[in-house]
Design a protein around this ligand. Structure first.
Ligand code: GKR
Ligand code: MG
Length: 434
């Protein structure tokens, strides 16, 4: 048999885009009218292209530009050595570089994920295999997601900002409606559930006092009954005492409590006091955090995210570590489009165990950058693409339009505190609030 020689990467195209995002509230403030993403396209010398999508900001984009010299001429198969070279060029990123915001502020992990996913897309196209097969093969045909509810101001985001499109109907209208109390949250959940068929519900907390947010959880329970699992995520804004007090109140009502409090030690104290499992995308977010997590018993569920755990293969390695140390693995998300969603679906399909429905912000987005348009959810799940690679193709017109949004919107990084100050002058993000 003749062994094929691997192609080389001849071009790397980095396109920052801005996608419409409604005024969602969280622990760090308010979402801007646009969320920034960056689309990376790698093209081989035999014209095979691979794509990926990561959270965007100018520092990530500049670093990607710098990384280009290390990527051009390399084989997409050489992912381990590309990873090592990126690390020796940029220097090792400490776990603390993640920062205190709900989202991860590291740079290198995102860059490596962008390169890795695009390379896996290429390898899939060369071999004729979907990415799920490169990760070990399909464990399921459909990947289930959860409804991800947000307190929010009225507004559609994007050009409309705090205004709404009065002709919108169904979820498109509900996505623009205000939700700042339990009734608003239940209304949002019903509209989202009707369109997407989700079977679990997550409420983004850390916005209002714990009493009010807990009341929303009870209202959801009342509206949906005991067969729809519920979760709440205050993004570490609660003290240990508050977490235990409200955790006990919601015992038996929620399937897990996500990042009630800050840091592995505090999480472990709360965990010992509650029967409800704890999940995190804030205190254990890198392999360097695993020894500390195991030493104190910080959480039961790690919400992995291939964008900041260093890619899809790293997330598969994480799943092994999780089962060794008695943790479950599920998935975290930020505002995103279909390239990220495709990668999440391939990973979700390959993970050996998937005990919880995964997070996704996708229903909050209305834009798309792939040719087939927006993904369809059936009963809350997405069917795993069977085509080679990620199974998605860039829509160049949409890419150009979303890039134009980026150039016009003037945003350079995610800054929810500044956005919130436009509505509530003087508002300050506090890492621990209640
Ligand atoms: O989009 O506002 C948001 C979320 O708060 C996001 O940034 C978090 O990273 O969804 C995330 C979470 O689960 O903490
Ligand atoms: Mg979270």
């Amino acid at each position: 048999m003749k062994i094929k020689s691997a192609p080389r990467i001849r071009e790397m195209i980095i396109t920052p885009i801005a996608i419409t995002d409604p005024p969602l509230l969280n622990a760090a403030g308010l979402h801007a009218p646009y969320a920034l993403r960056t689309i990376v396209e790698l093209i081989t010398d035999d014209n095979i292209s691979g794509v990926s999508e990561i959270p965007g900001n100018t520092s990530i984009n500049e670093a990607l530009e710098e990384a280009r010299q290390l990527i051009i001429g390399r084989s997409p198969i050489q992912l381990s050595s590309i990873g090592r070279e990126l690390e020796s060029y940029f220097g090792k990123e400490t776990a603390s570089a993640r920062g205190e915001t709900p989202w991860d502020q590291r740079k290198l992990v995102h860059i490596f994920s962008a390169i890795e996913v695009a390379c896996l897309d290429i390898i899939g196209k060369i071999t004729g295999l979907p990415v799920v097969d490169l990760l070990g093969g399909k464990m399921r045909d459909r990947v289930p997601f959860a409804a991800y509810l947000f307190y929010k101001y009225e507004g559609a985001g994007g050009e409309l900002g705090f205004n709404i499109d009065r002709n919108a109907t169904g979820w498109n209208a509900a996505r623009q409606a205000k939700a700042i109390d339990p009734e608003g949250i239940v209304h949002q959940a019903k509209a989202m559930g009707k369109t997407f068929g989700f079977r679990s519900i997550k409420l983004k907390g850390g916005v209002f006092e714990p009493d009010q947010e807990t009341a929303a959880v009870f209202a959801l329970r009342e509206a949906f009954g005991e067969h729809i699992p519920l979760r709440i995520d205050p993004n570490a804004l609660w003290t240990v005492e508050t977490s235990i007090q409200y955790g006990r109140k919601m015992e038996g009502i929620i399937e897990y409590l996500e990042d009630p409090t800050r840091g592995q030690k505090n999480m472990s104290i709360v965990r010992q006091a509650l029967k409800t499992p704890l999940a995190t995308n804030m205190c254990t977010t890198s392999f360097d955090d695993i020894p500390g997590s195991v030493a104190v018993g910080a959480e039961d569920i790690i919400l992995s995210d291939h964008h900041f755990w260093g890619g899809l293969r790293a997330s598969m390695e994480l799943s092994k570590i999780c089962s060794t140390f008695g943790r479950h693995l599920s998935m975290h998300s930020n505002s995103h489009l279909g390239i990220s969603l495709a990668a999440m679906v391939h990973l979700g399909a390959a993970l050996p165990h998937l005990p919880y429905d995964l997070d996704t912000h996708y229903p909050w987005q209305s834009d798309e950058v792939i040719k087939t348009g927006r993904f369809n959810f059936e009963d809350g799940a997405i069917a795993v693409p069977n085509e080679p690679g990620l199974g998605v193709e860039l829509d160049r017109q949409a890419l150009a339009r979303l890039h134009q949004n980026y150039l016009q919107c003037g945003l350079t990084k995610r800054d929810d505190e500044t956005e919130m100050q436009k509505v509530v002058p003087g508002w300050k993000f506090e890492a621990v609030r209640w």
